[in-house]
Design a protein around this ligand. Structure first.
Ligand SMILES: [Zn+2]
Length: 202
């Protein structure tokens, strides 16, 4: 009888949730073997590259084992995607796929670059930056104030990654009008996402 009920439930689920096959969540742990063997080793030289669990080929380069434990980065990326999906959707899973191959390099010091845009789109010279999107899938992120992912620019850089995946460029002048893509909604989504990261104390 129990077996019959289980079969019935599975059939019901298959019929009622066909869309869940190409899910937009990241909770599948198909690659858990490699995630288990890829971890930060205190006794080995730094920087080290570690796989980000649940995100297929995504990796992070860490300057020490505290910045950041791989599950914290994975959680931050899941929270980012949850909010992205709610604000902008991702029906073709383009953003999800781009997150699944992203490489996050964490830095302990801020950097200075020759030119860059403010959030409002003003071009500035010799500015100190807390994050950089270097290519479609490579970002550098300063570890953030108070050593918290919520106070780093991870979410900001992931918006650039998502925009690059969608439009072929990351819209480096943000809310400015020189390039298209980034809107005030993207800036608002970042604020909301960071609030969620604070709620998880990461
Ligand atoms: Zn930016």
């Amino acid at each position: 009888m129990l077996k019959f009920v289980v079969i019935l439930i599975s059939i019901f689920c298959c019929v009622s949730c066909p869309g869940h096959q190409s899910s937009s969540t990241f909770l599948s742990n198909k690659h858990q073997k490699i995630y288990k063997t890829s971890y930060c080793d205190q006794d080995k030289p730094f920087p080290q590259m570690v796989m980000i669990p649940f995100f297929k080929r995504a990796t992070q380069i860490v300057p020490n084992c505290q910045t950041y434990p791989k599950h914290k980065t994975a959680l931050a990326m899941m929270i980012f995607y949850h909010h992205w999906n709610r604000w902008f959707g991702d029906e073709d899973l383009i953003v999800k796929k781009s997150l699944e191959k992203v490489m996050v390099e964490w830095g302990t010091k801020k950097r200075t670059i020759k030119r860059g845009y403010s959030l409002k789109g003003e071009l500035k010279e010799n500015i100190t930056v807390v994050g950089l999107t270097k290519s479609n899938s490579f970002i550098w992120v300063w570890q953030g104030r108070f050593h918290r992912i919520a106070e780093s620019s991870l979410v900001h850089e992931l918006v650039h990654v998502a925009l690059r995946a969608k439009y072929g460029h990351g819209d480096s002048d943000h809310e400015g009008s020189e390039f298209n893509g980034w809107t005030i909604e993207h800036s608002a989504m970042i604020i909301e996402t960071k609030e969620a990261l604070r709620a998880f104390d990461i």
